[in-house]
Design a protein around this ligand. Structure first.
Ligand code: DX5
Ligand code: ZN
Length: 226
């Protein structure tokens, strides 16, 4: 698979209409990936769907899947999402028993391996193992719900991860998720993000494709400036 260039815009289908998923997936055909939030009502206080639904989304989506697992025991459950064909599978560092072994397993199945950190989790523990991952997800809200406000206090951590990746010559993608909109995307792009999840900002727009284009333009302009 050829990989899309930065800046990448990944609409979160958490903000889609769950009973009109096929139509709502068609609305984001110009995006880079469909961001799929799997929640287990245990790692986070919300419940979405599991592998059976994600398999149907995979079969229906016009763009590859970027699966974000907000679940306990990803060591056990994450490989199943790679096996069903998700292009990228991201699990939470806070939930994983052996993040490096899990990332290797995901890659061996053929998906990109991502690791996510909550706003209160430091980024430094990832520095020594950056090469094990294809994507680091810096959460810009507490995981669990769409439509929350962007937490600007996470930007120094993102900036430090970008500096570390550059220093090490790493091509790891730096993703942000939560509260990304036309008014916040420039901050995240300026701090070094190259991959942007946006739920309400895309699905809340009349024209989702136009919202994707606009977000991409704003991210590109801000990353050129920084
Ligand atoms: C939150 C999810 C996000 C969420 C983002 O736990 O991981 O992907 O859908 O939604 P917005 O863009 O509305 O903040
Ligand atoms: Zn997410």
């Amino acid at each position: 698979m050829s990989l899309p260039e930065a800046p990448r815009i990944n609409p979160s289908i958490l903000a889609a209409d769950f009973v009109n998923m096929q139509a709502d997936l068609a609305r984001i055909a110009t995006a880079d990936f469909a961001h799929v939030d799997v929640m287990d009502n245990h790692f986070v206080p919300n419940l979405t769907f599991g592998p059976q639904m994600v398999e149907r989304i995979q079969a229906t989506s016009p763009v590859p899947l970027d699966v974000h697992l907000m679940i306990t025991d990803p060591d056990r459950w994450a490989p199943g999402y790679a096996e069903l064909g998700a292009a990228s599978v991201t699990f939470h560092l806070e939930a994983a028993a052996d993040p490096v072994a899990l990332a290797r397993r995901l890659r061996s199945i053929g998906s990109r391996a991502g690791v996510a950190i909550k706003p209160g989790t430091a980024g430094e523990s990832l520095y020594e193992i950056l090469d094990e991952f294809d994507q680091i997800l810096v959460m810009t809200v507490e995981p669990g719900f769409g439509g929350q406000g962007f937490m600007a206090e996470t930007m120094p951590k993102l900036r430090a991860l970008r500096q570390e990746a550059t220093r090490r010559g790493s091509d790891v993608w730096l993703q942000v998720d939560g509260g990304i909109s036309e008014s916040t995307i420039a901050q995240a792009a300026g701090a070094g993000a190259d991959t942007f999840v946006a739920g309400s900002a895309v699905y809340g727009a009349e024209d989702a494709a136009a919202a994707v284009t606009r977000l991409r333009e704003l991210a590109r302009a801000a990353s050129l400036e920084s």
